[in-house]
Design a protein around this ligand. Structure first.
Ligand SMILES: *Cc1c(COP(=O)(O)O)cnc(C)c1O
Length: 378
């Protein structure tokens, strides 16, 4: 028999498995989950029958909510699975602005499909010259645009996205995972009838139902039918279908949780912006990107570890191989409950204040933690 090693495809060998932070912390603000959950109850289901392969009731309910035909909706075990199906049915090359959600690249690599990363501009918006050049040169079959973008939190300019949809001769997937948190719920959904090459991704993961693993692809009926061919039968289990229907039935409770997160986000943004040596970036999502100015002597790694010591886990971004990355010294913090956010800010102030005091031990200031001593970019 051949060595097991030799049986693994080269593109799969080159991959590193998606790492989910395993640190145990009481306050978890690292994965963009909602801090508010819903009791899932015990649906009266028996275990011997397969689930509805078409998730018909759920697609009907969502179709009514989004004003689209159920035939224009494809259900996935999380939107991650739908990205996988898109790459299976359509393939690459895939064009991805960077930095963005890492699964577009990871899934392309695992399926051996080519991907092109186009850096975002200084405002984390689409660099249109670079996008046009890449579209002209590489003729991507798929373009993934996360809007609002993870992990930067901003929404690419509406007109820029329209221009890309109109210029692309392949498909444009606008991933609206964070759309519920964006101003007035801004969405591309009404534009679906106008553009046959436009697809939307939605997920229930960020609005309090991450445990269910439910994502949806929305688009042209014929296109959805083609992608549906590669979907595994029974991909969404019966408990998830049933539980999602029950929660979505009570729309006001879901909306109340979203509003609470938005309100807390805006408060958290103001507090983070007021911290010494921290630059926070405005967010349309349920998380905030912020950058640490390390000129004050505090390193990103140190801040990250100190927060964990206080039982608070956030997401550390940037490179880890010495190659410069636009997100070096950046973090992504998920908006938690009022109490969790307060604990995070308290811990941040303490860590920053201590470093600052050590540095300026002669200084008599005591509340220096609130002083902006390095606001300017290096
Ligand atoms: C979290 C996230 C997803 C993943 O959603 P699931 O439905 O949980 O698989 C998709 N896209 C973006 C941009 C995300 O941040």
């Amino acid at each position: 028999m051949r060595a097991i090693e030799d049986l693994i495809k080269p593109n799969v060998k080159a991959l590193t498995a998606y790492a989910v932070e395993a640190v145990q912390c009481a306050i978890r603000l690292d994965a963009n989950e909602s801090p508010y959950g819903f009791a899932l109850g015990a649906p009266r289901l028996t275990s011997n029958r397969y689930p509805d392969p078409e998730a018909a009731a759920l697609r009907r309910a969502l179709g009514a909510k989004w004003s689209v035909k159920p035939q224009c909706i494809l259900h996935g075990n999380g939107s991650d699975e739908l990205i996988y199906y898109l790459l299976t049915a359509i393939g690459g090359p895939v064009l991805i602005p960077t930095p963005t959600f890492s699964m577009y690249r990871i899934i392309a690599e695992s399926l051996g499909e080519g991907h092109i990363g186009v850096p975002l501009d200084g405002q984390f918006d689409l660099d249109m010259d670079a996008m046009h050049r890449a579209i002209g040169k590489e003729a991507p079959k798929l373009i993934f645009l996360s809007r609002p973008n993870n992990p930067t939190g901003n929404s690419f300019m509406f007109e820029k996205v329209i221009e890309i949809i109109e210029k692309a001769d392949g498909l444009v997937v606008v991933d609206e995972a964070y759309q519920p948190f964006s101003p007035a719920g801004e969405s591309f959904i009404e534009l679906l009838p106008r553009y046959k090459n436009l697809l939307l991704l939605r997920t229930l993961s960020k609005i309090g139902l991450a445990a269910l693993r439910l994502g949806f692809l929305i688009g042209d009926e014929a296109l959805i039918a083609s992608i549906n061919k590669v979907r595994l039968p029974y991909n969404v289990n019966a408990l998830s279908q049933e539980a999602a229907l029950a929660v979505l039935e009570n729309e006001t409770q879901v909306e109340a949780c979203i509003s609470a997160v938005v309100k807390e986000r805006d408060k958290l943004f103001a507090q983070l912006s007021g911290l010494t040596g921290i630059e926070a970036y405005p967010s349309d999502a349920n998380f905030i990107l912020f950058k640490l100015n390390t000129a004050g002597g505090l390193t990103a790694e140190y801040l990250y570890r100190k927060l964990i010591e206080d039982g608070i886990l956030i997401k550390k971004l940037g490179g880890n191989n010495g190659i410069s990355n636009p997100l070096d010294n950046c973090f992504r913090v998920t908006v938690g409950t009022k109490e969790e956010n307060a604990a995070f800010i308290t811990s941040m102030k303490k860590i920053i204040g201590e470093t600052c005091r050590n540095e300026k031990s002669e200084d008599t200031q005591t509340d220096i933690g609130d002083r902006r001593y390095h606001r300017d970019k290096p």
